[in-house]
Ligand binder design. Structure first.
Ligand code: MF3
Ligand code: CO
Length: 242
């Protein structure tokens, strides 16, 4: 899973550097697929329940599962880029939200708070804590910042399959649910919005958007539970060059 995580991290770093006004999400998708295969991995999203692409690219009010296409990114957009790869049968899944050019400070804050919420969830993924402690830690960061958390979608167990039990909501009560044990592997993925948390799915049957059209941000890491909190698997090694 660590090697799958390196591949995913490498691809996200590359996609981040490609993001610019005029770039289409299809171009990002093609780059991601070639890079994953070059590194000896397999894209995990492609073909998953009929999903047609290697990445999800979710722009502005799109929360998750946006299908790449001919739409070009525009100055001021934010785009969630979600990548999954398989290495020798093991999965990793991660996402970042990237600003296209300059964005208003309120939107910058949405990105920062969502990232902080993910960090809080990772820190809470510690042996001796319970699943609800992760959920609650994420929700608390959002609410302290006056932001809402998407409720219908969340994180998940991950391993030989991309989606394994348990489901990990980004909200909930602390001290409840599964006891966390060393070596459990999770994909944590907070989705926060500047508006309300209601969602709908577009006619393409994949793209999830905020019902009120408000902007949404999404960050995800695959982690392993340790005594010191979650250790991130979807990261580069210190000496990895980009
Ligand atoms: N990170 C997303 C998730 O866990 C990616 C799944 S996209 C899919 O839901 F197309 F593969 F479903
Ligand atoms: Co995921």
């Amino acid at each position: 899973m660590r090697q799958a995580g390196r591949i995913v991290a490498r691809v996200l770093a590359e996609l981040r550097s490609m993001v610019a006004p005029g770039v289409t999400t299809e171009e990002l998708d093609r780059a991601a697929e070639s890079l994953i295969r070059e590194m000896g991995g397999t894209p995990s999203f492609k073909g998953y329940m009929g999903y047609p692409a290697t990445i999800c690219a979710s722009i502005n009010e799109e929360i998750v599962h946006g299908i790449p296409g001919k739409r070009a990114l525009q100055e001021g957009d934010i785009v969630s880029l979600d990548v999954g790869a398989i290495w020798e049968g093991w999965q990793a899944d991660a996402a970042i939200t990237v600003a296209v050019g300059s964005i208003p400070s309120q939107v910058q804050r949405l990105l920062e708070v969502t990232q902080k919420a993910l960090e809080a969830g990772i820190a809470a993924a510690r042996v001796g804590q319970r699943l609800g402690d992760i959920s609650h830690a994420i929700e608390q960061v959002a609410h302290e910042a006056g932001l809402e958390v998407i409720r219908e979608y969340g994180g998940h167990g991950i391993g030989r399959a991309m989606h394994e039990a348990p489901r990990i909501p980004n909200w909930g009560r602390p001290h409840q649910g599964l006891w966390l044990k060393a070596g459990m592997t999770f994909a944590l993925e907070p989705m926060l919005t500047l508006g309300g948390y209601e969602t709908k799915v577009l006619d393409d049957h994949w793209t999830v958007v905020t019902a009120d059209g408000s902007l949404s941000a999404h960050y995800e890491h695959t982690i392993v539970v340790t005594r010191n909190g979650g250790k991130i698997l979807t990261t580069l090694d210190e000496n990895d060059e980009l």
